[in-house]
Design a protein around this ligand. Sequence first.
Ligand SMILES: C[S@@+](CC[C@H](N)C(=O)[O-])C[C@H]1O[C@@H](n2cnc3c(N)ncnc32)[C@H](O)[C@@H]1O
Length: 951
Amino acid sequence: MHMRDLSKDDDFLSHLLVEKLGTGTVPLLVHKMDSSRRLPKTDTQALMAIVRRLVTSKGLLNVVVKTAVDELLELSPIRYYLKSYTQKQINAFATHASRYFELYHPSGSIEIAHTSRYSHHTGKSELCILATRNLAVGAVVTELKGSMANLTDEEDKELKRTDLRNSDIRRDFSVIHSKSMKKNHLFLGPARFVNHDCDNNCELFREGKYITFRVLRPIAIGEEITAHYGDGYFGKKNRHCLCETCEKNGRGGYSPDHHNDEPESSSDSSSGSGSDSDSDSDTSSSDAESDHPEKKPDLNINERRTRRGVYAVTKPKENDSDDSDNEDDEDPVGTPQGDGEIELLAELDTGSELTSLATSSPPSDGSSPAKHATPDLMTPSRRDGASPLSSSLTELTSSTRRSTPKSNQSTPFRSIIATRRQHNAKSESRAPASVPDGKGKSAKPTNASPSCSAEPSKRLTRSASSMMLSDNKGKGKATPTPTATPRAARFQKGGSKDKTKDEETVKKEEVDTRVLRARPSLAVQETPKESPKPDIPHGPDGKPLPTCSTCSNVLPLIAVDSKVVWGLGAEVSKKKKNVKQDCPRCLRHFAIYQRPWPSRVTPRGAISETPREETPVEVITKKVTHKGLSFLDRKLAAAASASASAANSRKSMKHARVEEEEEEEPRSNKRRKSEPEPVLQKTKVTKTYSSSASKKNKRVASPEPVEEPVVVEEPPAPAPPKRKRGRPRLITPPRVKLEDAADADKAVLSQPRSNNGRFGRKDRFRRRGRSMSSCNSAQKKRAEEKEDNSESDGGRASNKRSHDSVDDVEELPRKKTSAQVGQDEAIVQRVLPRPMSGFRGGGLFSNPNPLQYALHAWAGPVVLDDSSSDDEKHPETPDDVDSLAADIATPEEDVTSFVPTLTYKPSPFVFAKSRWNARAGSMKQSYAAATIDIAEKQAYLADEEVSDAAP
Ligand SMILES: C[S@@+](CC[C@H](N)C(=O)[O-])C[C@H]1O[C@@H](n2cnc3c(N)ncnc32)[C@H](O)[C@@H]1O
């Protein structure tokens, strides 16, 4: 993908899906790559309607996102925007759009919001990412993704260059450095809104071909997601950094002796060859010490420093110290480091930001930027910091609090970024001098100063940058809370030598955590045992400040271009005085979800209501009992022992296997009649099986979409389709009907795409290679096949691998799945991972939400046994839409795009069940056939499974 395309697409999509969505009079202004670019005018209502459908759809994430992308592409302004695009560009656009849509899915855990932590310094509206759920350590924020584009050397330099002609151009984007390719890539998308904190709570990491974020320490609802850009991103040793940690510790931009107009900023604007960190590299350690006298080894174990800011690299070498600028300078980025788990160095562009920091409205007296806070400050505080005033939804449970960051137990800290207070103070005094401590803490001295540690009982907000109260995250490096941040604590205690040792321990713990950690969402759903004490903030006049009736944060003052657009009372005065008022963040949330912040619509039974390909419907109603399991256990044990003796005859088994496959279905049916499996205790048959299919002993899925299968007691139960063992597979969606074959544009846009909206390669080929009339004939053919299949062989659920393209399906009717002969809608819903078919949430657990389970329990930071397959299959080439930047270009990629999100790590229970669903039956028939030694067969199957699992 080209940098220009990505920039343009991101400008447009962020405009559509961030700026315009539910923001009303309070826009979430996104810094554009090119703010002078004219964007097609788009109906906000139409966009909101699409998002509303997304959030209310009962479907899998990738399916509903794909639908949303489809709908977006149908909008006239978007069609107009794409009219000159090639198919490949449309694919990339669709992929990028899916990243933004994903943010809004009810299963999501983050939101984009305003922050004014930096605005008062940069003079620009800034955005941030906030958690909408409590996030546990190790959780992967899967929806925080970005698209990448290859950068030529010229583009790389250009991005670092300060464009003096257009001061609006902000370099608020990430640049990822690929170690393997030794190239920089532009990294845009929702992930670009993650701000820097010197004590970051998330880290960038790579999982397969994905780059996403992993939680380093517990994050509370409403807390900002932060990453570490590197030690030199904001000047030497981040001396201009405005993060909360620096604010707490009086460092960086909050250092008493901080000056904005420090010389290193100018180096960024020069040519692009230099960077802020380059400057750092030359900085003596004594300089660094003076800036950060208490600086401890960085907590991010993955961090290594390079010439520019880095926030995700391989594990550090032994004795890697914080003052390793020179070492890193010399360290070629392509040199393998550590175990190579993370192969990307992630860096943010260091060019213009520092220039911006240094040049934007510097205080005339050179004082700390906080002294010049303007009223446009707003970052909603985290959930647990809120003082519930009216809504029970704002309350947190005690257990939730236990899982919240250590900050909650530590000395409360109140951010100086207390917009409304500052504003009020300003109004009253009419002069910045009204801020007595020089940090804007005067609005309510007891709250604003560190002395507020005398109020430990009060749960204060984190308020990364807002007008609100802010607590101390408690993550001060000097006072780690071992239980909250064991990793941090270790690194703070130990030197560099200990660090390596500790890393190993931590790594091990991480692995454990990956398996055992609780779902992040679990912590969110609990109900409070008791409400925290309301902490109603007061203004300088002693009067209580207006608070949001939902999140209880102080209502912000939001300014755009130095003009207050919200918060001065205009919007409140229209209403009655005592009417409750929500803050813009909660208003936006409500507009999107129709529910009070932070709750989102959670489709109930989304998984179970969606028929899966290759999943016999009757299996859905079966339950595995303990009795059945013990029986299966015995069988499994017998098979395992038998298989041990069969290692030397596996080759001959392959022939036998072929024969067996030919006979499998009839035998399967035979088995079902004669030997009912104990595990299938409750066999119910749905209407989706035709009598003709029963006659032929073959299963035929209903041509109708089976949203909620009506279960009827109607024996006999047809045999489930044979399932291959091994990796989960997706079934490729069929082609969508071309409503208007004459409309070429529409034909393009209505082509089937993969889950995130991209067009498959073969689809593109088809589009070029086939005329519209051939499309029509294909439709006819499908209709005929549909009839055929409903009467004959349609029940043979496809065992095709996911990379069987749509074309394959159409051109090879015998491979056609039963779902594909049904309606298109039904087929779309079949784009499901195969492993899920073995996961019967409703049957196994009291909370029948396998999607949630998979998302939160399994989508961990584990390097999966099959996670490398993507890379093995498709070496990453971010310059192409089929690569890192565009991960769903082909049907194969449909599979891979889903896997990281729904990482399949079955529990032993589920694993046993899913395995036995497939294996137990075939084993029995193998015994019955008695022509092949069962032991050999099992050995062969085990072999097959291994090879199936391989990419
Ligand atoms: C990748 S962007 C993050 C999103 C950005 N806030 C926005 O609205 O687009 C990086 C920019 O955010 C701001 N920023 C993030 N973290 C910061 C920090 N710790 N100190 C100062 N500015 C920061 C700076 O303006 C920086 O250039």
